[in-house]
Design a protein around this ligand. Sequence first.
Ligand code: PGA
Length: 247
Amino acid sequence: MRNPMIAGNWKMNKTPSETVELIEALKKIEVRSGAEVVVCPMTACLCAAAGALKDSKIKLGAQNVHFEDKGAFTGECNAATLKELGVEYVIIGHSERRQYFAETDETVNKRTLKALESGLKPIVCVGESLTQKEQGITNEVVCLQTKVALLGVGEKIDDVVIAYEPVWAIGTGRTATPEDANDTIRAIRGAVREVYGDAADRVRILYGGSMNDKNAHDLMAQPEIDGGLIGGASLVAEKFEKVINFN
Ligand code: PGA
């Protein structure tokens, strides 16, 4: 019922020419899984990426968006610019933004609302830290993050994608077991259902955190996992291809 999504988060990797090179390689992939494929390059590479993606089914995503329309916000990027560049999705509240750039649940909510108001589809990231996992409060943490992030979204809930990314699994080579990821994603869907009712069954919830060509099949076999947000393994076309064709 939910169309799978495989999104590459290229973080602060790839120059504009390297971005184009990787996109050219990805364009040759035959997507047999039926997944919607999204790539999220660095902000400064979006223009080059948009050019390379012309006439391709691969969608363009950004890694962040500011919550104000314009003004004195040095170093930020507004939604109107992303729209003009042909961006369709935007990652919001990635744990690296929360950890290094003081992103909070409240700013995640503001960015999410601005993205939706501007016609961008947010990929809202939630996830517990290692300490929280060890304290056994994973579900409480991710459900609260989800509810705050989605406050006031209203009917636009259908444009929202959520990514469950346990912080301890990101870039570490440690992946949540498929069963654990599935259970946590079920809890997140439950939190969405509490506020948005049956729309929860339509919202795609991805897994992220050391998902790669080796484990994508098992993760994607879980009924609650609707896709993946892929960091490291999305930077190499051959590996990303295997994630895209996870089945
Ligand atoms: P990773 O990153 O696949 O390198 O763990 C995932 C992410 O941060 O989105």
